[in-house]
Design a protein around this ligand. Sequence first.
Ligand code: B12
Ligand code: SF4
Length: 442
Amino acid sequence: MKIDIVTVYIPRYKEGHEFDFVPSITAIHLAALTPAPHRVRVIYQQVQPVDLDTDAEVVALSFFTGFAPEAFRLAAEFRKRGKIVIAGGPHATFCPDGTREHFDAIVTGEAESVWSQVLLDLEKGELKPAYSGGASPMAGIPTPRYDLLPPSFVVPRVVQATRGCPFACSFCSVPALNPGYRMRPVAEVLRDIRYEGFRHWWQRKVVWFWDDNLTIDRVYIKELLTAMVPLKRWWLTQASMDISGDPALLHFMRRSGCIGIFFGIESFGDKSLEDANKRQNRVAHYKVAVDALHKKGICVMAGIIAGFDGDTPESIRDMARQLHGIGVDVPFLSILTPYQGTPLYERLKSEGRIIDERGWEFYNGYNVAFYPKRMSPQELLNAHRALWKEAFSFKYVILRTSRALTYLRWGAFLMCACMNLFYGLKAWRGNTPVDMSDSLRR
Ligand code: B12
Ligand code: SF4
């Protein structure tokens, strides 16, 4: 069979991206799970047009909630052309009702345990309307099909070593989506890290772990990092802030080539952290944690979320200054979004605070889909945009980058400069996040 796997996307910035940093791993992972003699192609809608008149008989769509309207549109077009269309990913998993009707089949949960069955049923002409994948064992996962990636991504080596996270932040679907904490055998992860088929040296050099929380199991992470030392890679991932108090781990991180860590700091307000059920974060500890990574030359990326019940327009705008104050090298700025499958969704739903008339396109992380406590939805949007513009203003981009020059190892500095440039360029060009209400009015 000929199968196209499409990673669906709706631009989140008014003029799209100036350059494309890093792909998602999902499509190339699913392609690797698809055995020969099937012919498989991957299409990243973020960087490629989707060919509706493809010669594929089967089209598999992967999408987040914010991109669901586009997935539904594509599915309708493909079905008009006689293709069999299958959905999977977080939206299909948490909102099967409302998704099912657009597709010939939906796959909820993880694909590993059911994808081969879907393919067998397709061959027999006996496709079922729904398949449910559980939490799969992590041994035996093949190397992603990096060879199928479009050439435009700056950092194409995305790797997954672990799945899941033991924390239970109120806004996050990971605990429900990838239950438990599971690790791939180190030898299999190393096989992906050794893949050499990329064009440019920096693409071979950099490893981006798309894990939920890579450093949780200290025995495993130390084994993995020790094995990575001779490979001389530069690597990045997400982790929780407790790593800053583990000098042995920080030592291994540095030796194995860590250049960047993403911390979900989420907020500077105690009430907001309580709302987020982010018990592992303490505001007073932020600077100490960031400094501990800087001492090892590691770049600190940090995510914050605007819109918790404790937030006001003023407290949101002030976060540009606070982020700089604690030493963050690259900020990531989101708006609180009530994804189904999260405790946050259940709470806001029970309080009647979901804005029902707002469609899934408002769930792209940059728009407001609920009634905030201490401001209107529009005030939250305005405060987020003001924060975004300030945090990526010329002043802060230059301040962050020049400061970073004094303490980051050079790979980390390169990454920090590229990411600040990525967002700085957008801010200077007025390429701000799309306001979905405006785009729907047009
Ligand atoms: C890596 C990651 C990112 C990366 C890469 C983004 C990307 N496009 O993949 C970055 C940092 C850029 C990112 C950004 C965002 N992310 Co993100 N991200 C993740 C993370 C941590 C891992 C995803 C991953 O690669 N897993 C590994 C691959 C192999 O597994 P997978 O994608 O889950 O796919 C498996 C199954 O879902 C299934 N499957 C998936 N698709 C399909 C399709 C078919 C046909 C089939 C059969 C099966 C199938 O099979 C796969 C193998 O088991 C997840 C958390 C998680 N545990 O899923 C959040 C997550 C997916 N992100 C999320 C969100 C909200 C975002 C943002 C909107 C955040 C923001 N505020 O800006 C942005 C969107 C940016 C964008 N352009 O897409 C949410 C999505 C919730 C939802 N209901 O949509 C998640 C679940 C985290 C959360 N907070 O709950 N993210
Ligand atoms: S620490 Fe990160 S991955 Fe884990 S539950 Fe919280 S937000 Fe999700």
